[in-house]
Design a protein around this ligand. Structure first.
Ligand code: SF4
Length: 400
């Protein structure tokens, strides 16, 4: 395995007795499974942080249309730059993820699960197919799961094709349906009208693995870790200028400074929390907490050492968004190109402070008016770099 993808701390997942979460769920009613997940405080680990219990509850209450079925989709389209923790989970804890999907199916009444796997992870396919096949032989998938009549559920794998925007749940569903991966207008939400027009829960790989742990260990255990608003542990993909890059498990609420100390990133100039769509945190704010109430993240941590050129960092992220915007709405399609153009002007020392202010105004418009999370979050890095590293990036500016 690539050393960057390896575990640097033990994972709680290592200590969970296989299938103990599913066994516990089978002894509960649907409402009690959802109540347990809600009481745990589990929020989506893909970055958005939506309460998992609420999502499951809405899908459980939604009616299927014209004799169809409900669906559980595992979002394994791990494409945020700097994120590689789902890769490790799927390679080393695939059973726990499939167990979480099965518990989700039991809770909402779904018959089919789909793992939407990032195209670049195609090398994992034989391993994941083998795990699914073994689970069918063990009666953990298929008809009458674990001997319970009427509980029928199976899981298929669908390969993504490399578009970052398909990590957005409605674009992912479009892609699953064989269409171009473009985000949909919401509402309706997938919990009501998702894959094939049916109620669908879309959860991140890590979220589903934690759901299985919670059913195994209890909501109380999970809730006792982290902070009031951000319960539990979180996996972090750490890369960049630090001595020990890799995948770490820490409780939510850890400060940026504590995290840097654990990964050998002391002396960093800045940390990008949340990948390209996240925020650039300067050293003066390293006491801030990584939690939904302060700096939220899907798990990507990129460390920038003292020698990094922050304008180069902004350029790198903006090039990424110009490439990955699906082009459906104007604020994102045009806005990202204008911000990249602005970075070019800054690089050449041809950008006035007044034009930088106009670009910040454009960023605000993009955050407010873009149709999906990609365009709403793509200016974040540019805005935070301009805010915190103004002297560095304006040092090249010709004053008009
Ligand atoms: S915000 Fe960007 S990615 Fe999202 S729909 Fe608009 S153009 Fe597409």
């Amino acid at each position: 395995m690539n050393p960057v993808s390896s575990k640097k701390t033990p994972f709680t997942f290592d200590s969970i007795e296989p299938e103990s979460g599913l066994k516990s769920a089978l002894g509960k009613s649907r409402a009690d499974i959802i109540a347990e997940i809600s009481a745990s405080g589990l929020r989506g680990r893909g970055g958005a942080g939506f309460p998992t219990g609420t999502k499951w509850n809405l899908a459980a209450a939604a009616k299927v249309k014209a004799g169809g079925n409900k669906y559980v989709v595992c979002n394994a389209d791990e494409g945020e730059p700097g994120t590689f923790k789902d890769r490790v989970i799927l390679l080393e804890h695939a059973d726990l993820v499939f167990e979480g999907m099965t518990i989700g199916a039991l809770a909402v009444g779904a018959k089919l699960g789909i793992l939407y796997l990032r195209g670049e992870y195609v090398y994992m396919r034989p391993h994941l197919d083998a795990v699914l096949q073994r689970r069918r032989h063990q009666k953990l998938l298929g008809t009458a799961i674990a001997g319970r009549e009427g509980f029928d559920f199976d899981i298929q794998i669908h390969m993504g094709a490399g578009a970052y925007v398909c990590g957005e749940e409605t674009a992912l569903i479009e892609s699953l349906e064989g269409c171009r991966g473009e985000p949909r207008n919401r509402p309706p939400f997938p919990v009501d009208t998702g894959f094939d027009g049916q109620p669908t829960i879309v959860n991140n790989v890590e979220t589903l693995a934690w759901a299985a742990c919670i059913l195994s260990r209890s909501a109380h255990w999970f809730k006792s870790i982290g902070t009031d608003k951000s319960a539990g542990y979180k996996l972090f993909s750490v890369s960049g200028d630090c001595r020990e890059p890799g995948v770490y498990e820490f409780p939510l609420g850890i400060s940026v400074a504590e995290l840097l100390q654990k990964v050998g990133g002391e002396g960093a100039k800045a940390v990008q929390v949340g990948g390209a769509s996240g925020h650039c945190i300067p050293a003066s704010e390293f006491s801030r907490r990584i939690a939904f109430e302060d700096i939220s993240t899907g798990g990507s941590i990129i460390v920038f050492g003292p020698g990094r050129d922050m304008l180069e960092v902004a350029k790198n992220f903006m090039e990424f968004f110009v490439e990955e915007s699906c082009g459906q709405c104007t604020p994102c399609r045009v806005g990202n190109a204008k911000l990249l153009e602005g970075v070019g002007l800054l690089e050449r020392g041809e950008c006035s402070m007044q034009y930088v202010q106009e670009l910040l105004g454009l960023s605000e418009t993009m955050q407010l008016a873009s149709k999906c999370g990609l365009g709403q979050s793509s200016p974040n890095a540019f805005v935070s770099i301009v805010k915190h590293f103004k002297d560095e990036i304006m040092g090249r500016t010709l004053v008009h």
